[in-house]
Design a protein. Structure first.
Length: 246
């Protein structure tokens, strides 16, 4: 296979290590990912932190809504499996900006402007892609950072749906200036990839965690000419990376 496939750690190596933590990202980077992907929320005292949910209870040994808690309050709790604290956005940048690139998912409605300021301050605009299922967030981040790359999570997108995208209205698609589009793996088709490529958009696939044979699905997507995979599993990452370099 001559094409370079983009290897992305989806919240880190979340099947083996707690998602959205320093250790999870470190293990992914050790195993050759091109990007780490993570989610941003804002605390009560205006800190940007990494967590997928807006609450603690699924992944941490405590309860609470992130936006209603200070960072000091959040740091009293640890992840359920590996005992990690919730990292700050700035902490992750400092740890990994010279080691990998970032796909930054804007979760909270109040994270756009503070995220833009941090990205600019740390000079990582060329090393990151901003992702969201909300077009308004992508448009807003572009108003602060005109040169930033954006990824539309079309799986859950309501302002511009997958059905609309597959009609391939190139004028409409290109007006949105997507650099990447991510789609749940079971929804990816040859036509989806083709529409992406005809509009110079990088096609990504995510969510393999509940599939009976996730490796088989990844191989199928590679045959469809997908550009990048968001890996949940360190094991799968190692297998596919080794197959790609043969």
């Amino acid at each position: 296979m001559t094409k370079k496939i983009i290897l992305i750690a989806h919240r880190g190596t979340k099947l083996e290590y707690d998602e959205n933590t320093i250790i999870s990202f470190s293990k992914a980077i050790e195993n050759g990912v091109d990007f780490i992907e993570f989610d941003l929320h804002r605390t009560k005292d205006h800190k940007l932190v990494l967590n997928h949910d807006n609450t603690l209870q699924r992944t941490y040994n405590g309860n609470g809504i992130i936006s209603n808690m200070t960072y000091a309050e959040i740091c009293k709790f640890r992840t359920r499996e590996n005992g990690q604290k919730m990292p700050l956005f700035t902490e992750v940048i400092s740890a990994f900006k010279n080691k990998t690139k970032f796909i930054i998912e804007l979760k909270g409605d109040d994270v756009v402007e503070p995220a833009a300021k941090i990205i600019e301050k740390y000079n990582i605009i060329s090393n990151c892609v901003i992702s969201s299922k909300n077009l308004w967030k992508l448009k807003r981040i572009k108003s602060f950072l005109p040169n930033c790359r954006i990824c539309y999570n079309i799986t859950k997108g309501k302002e511009f749906t997958l059905k609309e995208f597959l009609k391939n209205n190139s004028l409409k698609i290109q007006s949105m200036k997507f650099d990447m589009i991510s789609l749940r793996s079971i929804l990816v088709s040859k036509h989806f990839v083709s529409v992406c490529h005809s509009n110079n958009i990088i096609a990504l696939a995510w969510d393999f965690i509940n599939l009976k044979n996730s490796i088989l699905k990844i191989r199928e997507l590679l045959k469809l000419d997908i550009d990048g995979i968001l890996f949940d599993s360190l094991t799968n990452l190692k297998i596919i990376r080794n197959e790609l370099i043969k």
